[in-house]
Design a binder for this molecule. Structure first.
Ligand code: SF4
Length: 284
């Protein structure tokens, strides 16, 4: 895994990272960090769909449960999310404002203390996107060039993607819904396919991607197949690893909702996994 581009830190009075942090702050008024484009002034403390007023860290620890190449990973969990997945396994932090507000300098010192002991810093949630200005502030203050993972639903605006260019060394990116209306029904997102495919292409131009495809029950034909075929046909797959995931559990509001109220079958998982392999994808 490559390290955060040293050129971002610079020697001049204002580094590129500082400039990015300032531009990210300006995206808060009105907020256009994600494609909900809520039109609220978050600099004035207003909240949009994600409910994030200021960054709240609900947990941080050295994670050993991520993909083998990425661990140990110092993982920082923010509360709040730009989606509302009705089956969210982390709903207690994604759908509620919980956690501690910390100063950027304190988080910078914290991540520097883990330098050498972990392979990367892993920004996640909920969703990291509503906290992009804070994360860039932290990185302007961190002294050590630890690689950065953007662990996300990939619903950022193009403006936010531009700021992540050169900052995110690896996108650990979800891609679960196909082009139909499943994303709208089960994650409350209207233009999911259009936005996340655009962002996967942008990420693929500049960084490595570990794409997580969670196989959903009864969604192989409408979601797994188009997702995997799109990856094979549209990305430079030499820079992409696909994790076909079988751990779907009906949590949060999912019990009783047809279409998401059961675990996947073994045959559904193997169908998706085999398809990924047959398409020539690097599968973890
Ligand atoms: S980050 Fe939050 S407030 Fe900003 S546009 Fe997205 S959902 Fe709305």
């Amino acid at each position: 895994m490559k390290r955060l581009d040293a050129g971002l830190r610079g020697d001049g009075p204002v580094s590129l990272l500082q400039l990015k942090a300032e531009l990210a702050r300006r995206l808060l008024k009105p907020c256009r960090l994600c494609e909900r484009r809520c039109k609220v002034d978050r600099l004035a403390g207003k909240t949009g769909y994600c409910g994030v007023d200021k960054p709240r860290i609900s947990n941080r620890f050295v994670h050993m449960g991520e993909e083998p190449d990425l661990i140990p990973s110092y993982t920082i969990f923010f509360s709040g999310c730009t989606f509302e997945c009705l089956f969210c396994q982390n709903w207690d932090i994604s759908q509620r404002e919980t956690g501690t507000t910390l100063q950027a300098g304190a988080v910078a010192r914290d991540i520097d203390e883990h330098f050498g002991d972990v392979k990367n810093i892993n920004w996640v949630g909920g969703e990291p996107t509503p906290n992009l200005p804070f994360i860039l502030d932290v990185l302007t203050m961190a002294k050590e060039p630890t690689p950065q993972i953007w662990n996300s639903n990939m619903y950022m605006t193009e403006e936010a993607m531009a700021l992540l260019h050169g900052v995110a060394d690896v996108y650990l990116a979800d891609f679960k819904w196909g082009p139909g209306d499943c994303s709208k029904k089960y994650s409350r997102i209207h233009n999911y396919w259009e936005i996340v495919t655009r962002n996967h292409v942008l990420a693929n131009e500049h960084a490595e991607i570990v794409l997580r495809h969670l196989v959903m029950p009864g969604h192989v034909d409408c979601c797994s197949r188009p997702v995997l075929e799109w990856i094979a046909g549209n990305l430079d797959t030499s820079k992409v690893i696909v994790n076909v995931m079988d751990q779907y559990r009906p949590e949060y509001k999912a019990p009783g909702i047809p279409g998401i109220d059961q675990r996947i079958s073994e045959s559904e998982f193997f169908e998706a996994y085999k398809l990924a392999r047959n398409l020539g994808l690097k599968v973890t």
